[in-house]
Each structure stands twice: as structure tokens, then as C-alpha cells.
Design a binder for this molecule. Structure first.
Ligand code: PLP
Length: 388
């Protein structure tokens, strides 16, 4: 995956840094655009996955909308040129300040997660003499078959309104003069690779859609969220998510009425494969039972393995380049420099014998990577370099 030119550039760059392959990003965006346009679907990019300026500019230039989860994301989306009529604002804990920001910017829609939030938005919109467009985020109780830390569509999760609360939602909507219902919203989790989960989602959406229609509500938008997964195990051979199959499931199973729009909120599937975290081996520690590679990057640069046991492919790109002799594989625990025992990218990684100064690539780091970096231990801000 990394050319000799890449390696040359990496060797001359201070580590750690994120390397972005913008060509792969563009190919991914084009594939998603083509597959979604086939059915007239609208895709909003879930900005929290990566708000690196170059990434945002590139995504914006392909005509996607933006799915935001904070007032600052709403502001940034509009500053980066995502049209306000294509900006949605989700999140279980929107503050009054954030709601006011979004009302002032006239965004397309708030995805609302509780009855109390409906009342607050109604009051704040009323105070400005505005009408807020809202969609109800419903918890469909669908198991996404993903890691339990990143599943969001079960009744035990904090997200969305549960089905038994819908009568209360319907009454509230009828009584609130400063709210306009645009549609219903769902998001069942992340890194979902089993298309069956999306089929189950469609079945639930159809039922809940019907519930609203029978009560006289005009549902203009069915927003089915995001969550499409990527292949963390094979980043070179399977580097673009299967958007065709994904959208086809919705075309096959979602009941859409004439004039209705179907919206998606993809984050990870658009950006995960386009970046790697590049680090150097600082020290090799050979123990009696364990060998450690201590890198100059850790949970402060990429926290996913430590936060939710995420798997990332780890490669020694100095040793695998052809200028050195291949040696036998050794098992290493690949760890960071941070003063926490959990600061480990993975245990028992098979790698060629590795040395101080070798470059290590942690692959598929474009989603929830750079954006979750922290200054813990007063670390430097992580840098980024780009293909071009
Ligand atoms: C995080 C999030 C998404 C995007 O999830 P991915 O797994 O990155 O596609 C979409 N919608 C909502 C409401 C989210 O919170």
C-alpha cells in the first residue's frame, strides 16, 4: 500500500502523524455517491468521524450534507460550505446554547431524542419567533450485532425515544406551535457489517412509519442513520465499503411513499480507510514471556483500541519494504508511551523482527482517529500529511 515515495517522505517527517490518502477518499466518496444516487437517496456525512479541514473540504465538494452532533459542528459544517438546508443536528444532550446556534443558522432539522428536548426546542424557537424542523429519533430495538460499546439501537441505550413513549411524543408535537415534524430518524450503531441488521431496521422503520401516518402525521423524511462498517482486517484488498449492497438493502426492504426522501448519515464508511497513523519504534523490550515494541504514538493519537477494543492492522513498513532482508516473525505487544497500562494497540502482533527507528503503520485510522486525539501527558498536537 505504501509506495517507495511514501516511505521516503515518511522517513523525513517527524512522527507520529496521520497520513491521508486523498485519492482513496475521493474514490470512496464517488462510489458512495454513485450507489446512493441510483435510488435518489440523500447522504449526510457524520462529521464527528473526522473533521480534518482537508477531509471536510473534499467531502463537501462531492455534494454531501452534514450530520452534526454539537453546536460547533453545525457552525463548522456551514463554514465549510455544507448548505444549511442539508445540515442536521443529532445528539442526546443538546445544550440550550447549541440549540440556539442551530436555530439562528436555520438548519434543515433537529433529530430529537426525548419529549423534554421537544419542549425545550419549542420554547427556544418560540422565543425567536421561529419554527424548528424536527425529526424524532426512535429507538427501534434492533440489535446491530456490533461491539456492545458502539451499539445504540437497543432499549437499554441512552439514545432516542422508546416505542412506548411515542403517544407522548405525538401529543407533544400536536401541542407545540413552534415545531414542524419532518420525519423519523434511526441510528442503530456503528461498524455494522451484517446486512441483516439493516434489513431488520427497515422492517421496524416500516412499522413505525405507519404508526405516524395512521395518526395523521406527514412524514417527509425517513432518516435511517449510518453505521456501515469497513474491513479493518484487509485495508488493501477491501478498501472501499460495499455501498452497492448497503443501499440495495434499503431499496429492497424500506417502504417509501411517493415524494418522500430517504436520508443516510454515513461517517466511518466514508473516511476510515483513507488514513493511517504512522509512528516510529522508540524501544524494543525483550522480556522472558513478552516482547514489546514501544512506539512514539499511543492512546493520545489513536484511542480506539483502548476505548473499545477496536482492531487495527499494524504493519512494520520499514521492514516490509524491499530494501531490507525479511526475517522471521516475532510476537510483539505494540504499546504507546502513555502512563496507562491500557495504552496498548494490540497484544501478540506478528511482525518481522523490528528495531528502534522502524516506521509502523496503524491502518484504517481515518474514522474516530485524529479527531479523538488528546493532550493527555501534555503531548504535542498530532500532525497530518497528505498524498498529493
Ligand atoms: C455517529 C453517528 C453516525 C455515523 O456513524 P458511523 O458508524 O460512523 O457511520 C450517524 N448518525 C448518528 C446519529 C451518529 O451519532
Amino acid at each position: 500500500m505504501f509506495s517507495a515515495g511514501n516511505l521516503n517522505k515518511f522517513q523525513q517527517t517527524e512522527t507520529p502523524f496521520y497520513y491521508y490518502n486523498l485519492d482513496l477518499l475521493k474514490d470512496t466518496l464517488q462510489a458512495c455517491k454513485d450507489a446512493s444516487q441510483k435510488y435518489g437517496y440523500h447522504v449526510h456525512y457524520a462529521m464527528k468521524a473526522n473533521f480534518n479541514p482537508k477531509v471536510l473540504q473534499t467531502i463537501q465538494s462531492y455534494g454531501f450534507g452534514a450530520d452534526c452532533v454539537s453546536g460547533n459542528e453545525v457552525k463548522a459544517a456551514i463554514e465549510y460550505g455544507f448548505g444549511k438546508d442539508r445540515v442536521v443536528f443529532a445528539g442526546v444532550g443538546k445544550s440550550d446554547k447549541e440549540i440556539n446556534t442551530a436555530l439562528d443558522l436555520d438548519i434543515f432539522c433537529f433529530n430529537v431524542e426525548s419529549v423534554q428536548e421537544l419542549l425545550v426546542i419549542n420554547d427556544l424557537a418560540g422565543a425567536k419567533g421561529k419554527t424548528a424542523r424536527v425529526a424524532i429519533r426512535i429507538n427501534p430495538n434492533v440489535d446491530a450485532h456490533t461491539h456492545h460499546y458502539i451499539t445504540t439501537g437497543l432499549e437499554e441505550n441512552k439514545f432516542g425515544v422508546n416505542v412506548w413513549q411515542l403517544p407522548d411524543v405525538a401529543d407533544t408535537l400536536r401541542n407545540c406551535n413552534n415545531l414542524e415534524l419532518t420525519g423519523i430518524h434511526f441510528h442503530i450503531g456503528s461498524q455494522i457489517t451484517d446486512m441483516e441488521a439493516f434489513r431488520s431496521l427497515c422492517v421496524r422503520v416500516n412499522e413505525l412509519h405507519e404508526w405516524f401516518v395512521q395518526r395523521g402525521f406527514n412524514i417527509k423524511v425517513l432518516n435511517v442513520g449510518g453505521g456501515l462498517g469497513v474491513n479493518y482486517y484487509s485495508p488493501d484488498h477491501d478498501n472501499i465499503a460495499d455501498f452497492e449492497s448497503y443501499f440495495k438493502v434499503f431499496n429492497d426492504f424500506l417502504e417509501v411513499k411517493p415524494g418522500q426522501e430517504v436520508h443516510f448519515e454515513l461517517g466511518r464508511a466514508l473516511v476510515a480507510q483513507c488514513a493511517s497513523l504512522i509512528a516510529r519504534v522508540l524501544y524494543v523490550k525483550n522480556g522472558l514471556k513478552k516482547n514489546f515494541l514501544v512506539l512514539d504514538a499511543g492512546m493520545t493519537e489513536l484511542i480506539r483500541p483502548m476505548l473499545y477494543q477496536a482492531y487495527h492492522q499494524i504493519e512494520n513498513i520499514s521492514q516490509s519494504s524491499d530494501n531490507r532482508q525479511q526475517t522471521i516473525d516475532i510476537k510483539y505487544d505494540v504499546v504507546g508511551p502513555i502512563c496507562e497500562s491500557t495504552d496498548c494497540f494490540r497484544k501478540d502482533v506478528d511482525l518481522p523482527e523490528s528495531f528502534r527507528g522502524d516506521l509502523i503503520a496503524v491502518r484504517t485510522a481515518g474514522a474516530y482517529g485524529e479527531v479523538m486525539a488528546s493532550h493527555y501527558n501534555l503531548r504535542d498536537q498530532v500532525q497530518s500529511i497528505y498524498s498529493e
